[in-house]
Ligand binder design. Structure first.
Ligand code: UT7
Length: 332
C-alpha cells in the first residue's frame, strides 16, 4: 500500500459551543401527580426545580441544527468548513439512517462525513474524544459534535424513578485545530456487568410479537446508578486531571453530566475540588438531558460568565451501559 502522508493538527480544541433549550418549561408541579411525588421530594433528591419538554416541532433535527448554528457562530466558522458531523443520541426514533446526515444536509455541509453514536449520557464526551483524535490524525479538520435528546418520547410519565428526571434539549461544539492543547487525554470505559441498570424496558421485537402497540420506555435502577456514579466517577475525574497534567487547584470549572445535584456535589467533595472551582448546576432548570447535558451546562456557564475563555474545565459524562468518558478541555 502506498499510503499518502496525511498531516493532522498539532493539537485540537473546542472552538465554539451552542445550545438549544425547548420553549416549554415544565415545573415539578406538572409531573408530581402521575408519580405520587412532591416538589419538595424532587428538589431534595435530585436538585431539579423545572425541566424543558420539546413540542412536536422541536424535533431531534430541529434542536440539533439550532444548537449547531450557535456553536458555528461562536467558533466563527461556516458550516461548509465542517468535514465531519457526530451526533450523540439515544432518542432518535429511526433506526437508520443516522440523523447526523440530515443535520449535515440542513446545515449546508453535504460533503461532511456524518454518523450517530450511541453512548447514552456519556455520548457527548465520547464525541469530543473522537473529534480530537480525528483533528490530530488529519482525518477531519473541523468536527461538529452534537449531543441531543427528546427523552420525553421514551418516558413513562407514571414511572416514579424516571418521570421527573429526564428531559429534552440539544448542545453542540465545534472541534478544530489548535497550536496549544485544548482537549486533554480521554479517560473512558464501560462496566457491562451493570448493563441492565439503565435501559429500554423491552426489545422492539418483543413489543411486536406481543401485538402491543406501546412504545418501550426508559427504566433505571436509580439508587444503584447513584452509588456507582458518586464514587467510581470521582476516580475517573481525578484520572482525567492527572492525564492532563493538572491538579484540582489549577481547575477553573467542573462540568459533569447533569444527572442529579447530589451526585455533582458528591463528586466535587470526593475530588476535593477547591471553592474556587465553578460547578455546573444546569440540572436545576434543565433536568437530565442525557447526551445534551454537558454542552447545555457548559453553554450556560459561558453565557453567564462563570466559565471564561481560556479557563480549564473538567468534563465527565456517565450513564447507561454503564459507559463513561472524561477529559479536561479549554473553554473557547
Ligand atoms: O443519566 C444517567 C445516570 N443517571 C443517574 O445518575 C441517576 C442516578 N440516580 C438518582 O438520581 C436517584 O437514584 C433518584 C433521584 C432517581 C432517586 O433518588 P434515591 O435517593 O435513590 O431514591 P430511592 O429510589 O432510594 O427511594 C427513596 C425513597 C423510597 O421510599 P422509602 O422506601 O424510603 O420509604 C421510595 O419509595 O423515596 C421513594 N420514592 C419517591 N418518593 C417520591 C422513589 N421515587 C419517588 C418519587 N417521589 N418520584
Amino acid at each position: 500500500m502506498a499510503i499518502l502522508e496525511i498531516q493532522g493538527a498539532p493539537h485540537a480544541a473546542i472552538l465554539g459551543v451552542g445550545a438549544y433549550r425547548p420553549v416549554r418549561i415544565v415545573p415539578n408541579s406538572e409531573v408530581i401527580e402521575a408519580i405520587d411525588s412532591s416538589d419538595e421530594w424532587i428538589q431534595q433528591r435530585s436538585g431539579i426545580k423545572e425541566r424543558r419538554f420539546a413540542s412536536p416541532e422541536e424535533s431531534i433535527q430541529m434542536m440539533s441544527v439550532a444548537a449547531a448554528r450557535e456553536a458555528l457562530e461562536a467558533a466563527g466558522i461556516d458550516a461548509r468548513q465542517i468535514d465531519c458531523v457526530v451526533v450523540a443520541t439515544v432518542s432518535h426514533m429511526m433506526q437508520t439512517p443516522a440523523i447526523a446526515t440530515a443535520i449535515a444536509h440542513e446545515l449546508g455541509t453535504d460533503e461532511a462525513a456524518a454518523f450517530d453514536i450511541s453512548a447514552a449520557c456519556a455520548g457527548f464526551c465520547h464525541g469530543i474524544s473522537l473529534a480530537s483524535d480525528m483533528v490530530r490524525a488529519g482525518s477531519a479538520k473541523r468536527v461538529l459534535v452534537i449531543g441531543v435528546e427528546r427523552l420525553t418520547d421514551i418516558l413513562d410519565r407514571t414511572d416514579r424513578g424516571t418521570a421527573f428526571i429526564f428531559a429534552d434539549g440539544a448542545g453542540a461544539a465545534v472541534v478544530g485545530p489548535s497550536d496549544t492543547p485544548g482537549i486533554g487525554p480521554v479517560v473512558w470505559g464501560s462496566d457491562g456487568e451493570q448493563y441492565d441498570l439503565i435501559r429500554q424496558t423491552e426489545d422492539w421485537r418483543d413489543v411486536i410479537a406481543a401485538d402491543r402497540p406501546v412504545m418501550p420506555a426508559l427504566t433505571m435502577q436509580g439508587n444503584a446508578v447513584f452509588r456507582w456514579a458518586s464514587f467510581a466517577m470521582a476516580k475517573v475525574g481525578q484520572e482525567a486531571l492527572d492525564r492532563a497534567g493538572i491538579t484540582a487547584d489549577q481547575l477553573d470549572c467542573f462540568v459533569p453530566h447533569q444527572a442529579n445535584m447530589r451526585i455533582i456535589d458528591a463528586m466535587a467533595r470526593t475530588m476535593k475540588l477547591p471553592d474556587t472551582v465553578q460547578i455546573a448546576r444546569d440540572i436545576a432548570h434543565q433536568g437530565n438531558t442525557s447526551a445534551a447535558s454537558i454542552p447545555l451546562a457548559l453553554a450556560r456557564m459561558i453565557e453567564e460568565g462563570t466559565a471564561k475563555s481560556g479557563d480549564t474545565a473538567l468534563l465527565i459524562a456517565f450513564g447507561a451501559g454503564l459507559a463513561y468518558a472524561a477529559q479536561v478541555v479549554t473553554v473557547p
